[in-house]
Write a protein that binds this ligand. Structure first.
Ligand code: ZN
Length: 142
């Protein structure tokens, strides 16, 4: 392995270092939890990388959006063109990422084996997290 460090990789390293100071990106079995990029515009909060987050978590944007609305007790919408999430309220970067982290722990990570290879299934009124890696089914308590 070469020991020289290019500027780009050094910058990337710094970037990672800073983002880990800010919110501690959590890792689950090699999966790095996504971090929401947040923009405050007047009294609204925009998650600019919302589409990527939903894709990375393998959840529908609508499902993820409704969790944000519920957790933050506000309304909002997904911008049709940009697919960004617009929250009708002012929230800090930390607050938004706290909600995202909460969602990932509750609706994505298998509590048995920590895999992210999971799906949410609805049976009657109850929600379950089914793990495709270990086969466990865990109930999600709302
Ligand atoms: Zn599992």
């Amino acid at each position: 392995m070469k020991k020289t460090l290019t500027i780009t990789s050094y910058e990337k390293m710094l970037e990672r270092l800073y983002s880990s100071i800010e919110v501690n990106p959590e890792k689950f079995k090699g999966f790095e939890a996504p971090i929401a990029e947040v923009q405050n515009v007047k009294n609204r909060t925009i998650i600019t990388n919302f589409r990527e987050i939903a894709q990375k978590l393998n959840r529908s944007p609508e499902e993820l959006a409704s969790f944000f609305f519920k957790d933050l007790s506000i309304n909002g919408m997904i911008d049709e063109n940009t697919k960004q999430l617009i929250l009708f309220g002012k929230f800090s970067f930390e607050r938004v990422n706290m909600t995202l982290k909460f969602y990932i722990k509750k609706y994505v990570i298998c509590p048995i084996c920590s895999s992210v290879d999971t799906i949410v299934v609805k049976e009657g009124k109850n929600l379950f997290l089914r793990c495709l890696a270990c086969g466990a089914t865990s109930s999600i308590i709302d």
